[in-house]
Write a protein that binds this ligand. Structure first.
Ligand code: ATP
Length: 578
């Protein structure tokens, strides 16, 4: 827990660092405001003890004292308001910076990190947890800092007036802490329940929107609506129970404490040893008690909240401490696109190799197909070629340059990928091809034509400006695949990887993709993983992987000639299915 607190404090400090000046100035002004607030009751005391009780009706002085009470109160409130606005600005800016740095950090994490990461949790780190860090700022700055300053000011003024009476007030502290602790214990079940039900509501909404097709097809809208209504109702009741505990338990208990304290102070005041005190002091004390109780409650109430925020901040910190992929700024880049793989050995976990001593030479501009049963290591090989992972043994070189020494930007520019899932953004066709790389319309159109996507894009009502909807919902699966190909081609890559790019499309669209690939042959090195063997039938060479080893290789005809070969069996099986 202590290390979590330290991590949380570190996080708050680093994110607020550029705003440090505001923090110092804000604190200084809050101390000044607390000082002004403390002066009011002192002026009141002077008015009572020096003028009202001895009937010294010196009107100009009395009016000045009254005006002083009012003006110090107003100015103190104004200063506090302005400073709290300043501090909330600081909190907002710090959280904005934090959120940007967390997201930026996640974007640069190595692929191996995402194997273990759970998407929902990661999203929650970037959104909910950073929001919880905002609460931490608000709690620390507003409640802890502001309330402590007010509390200290009032206690110092009381000690200055009469330290024995101040000690009576000090006895209030443990009582408030006990009451708040008791209240939190009593209301905790309702608070936890309300929180659980809120997550349940979020989960239900997310689930039903995600599965809308199934939901509507099975006519479940009414049932889901009913289920949602029931959960919502439960959450409402839990919230009401929480508020009730506050209204029936906390407030009355604290009011009682206030009264007891007043009685205590008045009683002590009436005792012999206090008999020399003036009535004005009593007035000042009563005023200060009001100023002490509220900040004290606020500080105590925040403790359980604070713990949750500290845990959230610690989680964000752990994420920020994940090592990023090391940036490679070398100038080396791909020229022709010849791939050379030597003795490659790789496993995701130690001792569980997925690829075994794989060696392969792919000449520049060649078209290579990679096939094999599920789990044979095709995608793994592709991931290594794409630098998402590093092999434990062996080497990969492009044009003779070791893969790891090619500069990041140059590598991503020169290597294109058409993934199995085209992953379209909720943006226009142009933006989906451009992907923020700033290509001209002419470049985008050339890529779309080469990918045979230009025709259907122009048929959309706003052409390249047509928004494709979330995940490209407006397009067919084949069209999405063509957009993904156009996206990869827009960068004019030297090497193009296709990962099952034709697995979800019909034969007609496959023909279109085929033509697109044929036109690229010779100018771009094509490496295609395919389940559907017709896609790579015409490849210069087909590599058959089996349990992480190259089992067969050759042209389609050569492989078909291998009696009882893996490729032959796969091909014949597919013919049967088709
Ligand atoms: N990220 C990962 N973490 C751990 N193991 C993995 C990971 N990805 C794949 N594997 C394992 O590595 C082996 C090879 O998987 P890979 O995805 O490379 O096969 P594949 O030939 O592409 O299969 P498919 O045709 O089903 O896509 C499998 O045993 C798989 O369970």
């Amino acid at each position: 827990m202590r290390s979590e607190t330290r991590q949380a404090v570190d996080l708050l400090r680093t994110s607020a660092a550029p705003d440090r000046k505001h923090l110092y100035i804000g604190t200084a002004w809050l101390i000044l405001a607390a000082g002004l607030e403390v002066i009011g009751p002192l002026l009141g005391k002077s008015l009572i003890d020096n003028h009202l009780l001895p009937h010294q009706l010196d009107w100009p002085r009395m009016i000045a004292l009254l005006a002083g009470i009012l003006v110090t109160g107003w100015v103190a409130s104004l200063v506090r308001y302005v400073q709290l606005v300043r501090l909330s600005g600081l909190a907002m800016r710090s959280v904005r910076r934090l959120r940007e740095s967390v997201y930026g950090h996640v974007l640069r994490l190595p692929m191996a990190f995402f194997d273990k990461a759970i998407t929902g949790q990661l999203v929650s780190r970037v959104t909910n947890d950073t929001e919880a860090v905002k609460n931490l700022y608000i709690q620390v700055l507003f409640v802890m800092l502001d309330s402590s300053i007010v509390l200290t000011g009032a206690m110092l003024a009381m000690a200055w007036l009469d330290w024995r009476l101040m000690l009576v007030v000090l006895m209030l502290f443990p009582a408030v802490i006990v009451i708040v602790w008791f209240y939190q214990r009593m209301s905790a079940p309702a608070v936890t329940r309300a929180r659980e039900l809120r997550s349940e509501i979020n989960a239900q909404v997310a689930e039903s929107i995600g599965g809308m097709t199934v939901l509507q097809a099975s006519n479940a809208a009414l049932r889901f609506g009913e289920r949602f209504r029931a959960t919502n109702q439960l959450q409402y009741h839990a919230r009401v129970a929480e508020l009730r505990a506050n209204a029936w338990l906390l407030r009355p208990a604290l009011d009682l404490l206030n009264v007891l304290l007043l009685v205590g102070v008045i009683y002590s005041f009436g005792q012999r040893e206090f008999s020399g005190l003036e009535v004005g002091i009593l007035y000042a004390f009563v005023s200060y008690i009001a100023r002490v109780v509220d900040p004290l409650i606020q500080i105590t109430l925040q403790f359980s909240q604070l713990q949750q925020s500290v845990v959230a901040a610690a989680r964000v910190n752990i994420l920020l401490n994940e090592h990023q992929a090391v940036a490679n700024t070398s100038a080396a880049r791909i020229s022709a696109g010849a791939v050379s793989i030597r003795d490659l050995r790789f496993g995701y976990a130690p001792g569980e190799d997925v690829l075994h001593d794989l060696s392969l030479e792919i000449p520049a501009g060649a078209f290579y197909g990679i096939v094999g049963h599920t789990g044979s290591g095709k995608s793994t090989l592709l991931s290594l070629l794409l630098r998402f992972y590093t092999a434990q043994h062996g080497s990969i070189a492009i044009d003779g340059i070791p893969l790891s020494t090619i500069g990041d930007t140059a590598f991503r520019d020169d290597v294109g990928l058409v993934p199995q899932d085209p992953f379209l953004l909720a943006a226009s066709a142009r933006d989906n091809i451009d992907m923020g790389r700033g290509y001209s319309q002419a470049q985008i159109e050339t890529a779309a034509r080469a990918a045979k996507a230009h025709g259907f894009i122009m048929a959309l009502e706003e052409g390249y400006d047509t928004s494709l909807g979330e995940g490209g919902a407006r397009l067919s699966t084949g069209q999405k695949q063509l957009i993904a190909i156009a996206r990869a081609l827009a960068g004019q890559p030297r090497i193009l990887f296709l990962d099952e790019a034709t697995s979800h499309i019909d034969s007609e669209t496959e023909q279109v993709v085929q033509t697109a690939l044929d036109e690229l042959r010779g100018s771009v090195t094509l490496i295609a993983i395919a389940h559907r063997l017709s896609t790579i039938r015409d490849a210069d060479r087909i590599i058959v992987l089996n349990h992480g080893r190259i089992a067969e290789q050759g042209t389609h005809d050569e492989l078909m000639d291998i009696e009882d070969g893996i490729y032959q069996k796969l091909y014949l099986l597919q013919q049967l299915v088709d």
